[in-house]
Design a binder for this molecule. Structure first.
Ligand SMILES: [Cu+2]
Length: 125
């Protein structure tokens, strides 16, 4: 009985730790887009009440592909704009829409919905 309780407590604490790590640390530092076999730095971005992840870290000089998946019907998020790279895309609900570009210069570049309410950041190193 007490043994079970300790296990439940440990699992609970581990879960809290994971949530803190995931939402706080990962969000603060951003997610590094992994290099795929096609030579792209590729990252899936969930569009639902915002962008997840909302900070994406890439290396300069290698092509990037962001795969936006919109899982909501709110009109706010139906477009995504990447003005620094002259890119924009319509995001039909439930479809994966890739946006490709080559980040040549290091820096921080915003992406946002057409109204600028949802915002994300691309960090080029
Ligand atoms: Cu919007």
């Amino acid at each position: 009985m007490t043994g079970d309780r300790i296990v439940v407590d440990i699992v609970g604490l581990a879960l809290i730790g994971f949530i803190v790590w995931f939402f706080w640390l990962v969000k603060a530092k951003g997610v590094r887009a992994p290099l795929t076999s096609g030579g792209y730095q590729e990252q899936m971005v969930l569009v639902k009440g915002g962008y997840t992840p909302d900070v994406i870290v890439v290396e300069r000089g290698k092509p990037v592909r962001l795969n936006f998946v919109r899982q909501e019907s709110a009109s706010c998020s139906e477009m995504v704009l990447l003005p620094a790279f002259g890119k924009s895309a319509h995001l039909p609900e439930g479809q994966t829409v890739p946006i490709e570009f080559l980040p040549a210069e290091p820096g921080e570049y915003e992406f946002a919905c057409q109204m600028g309410m949802f915002r994300g950041k691309l960090v080029v190193e």
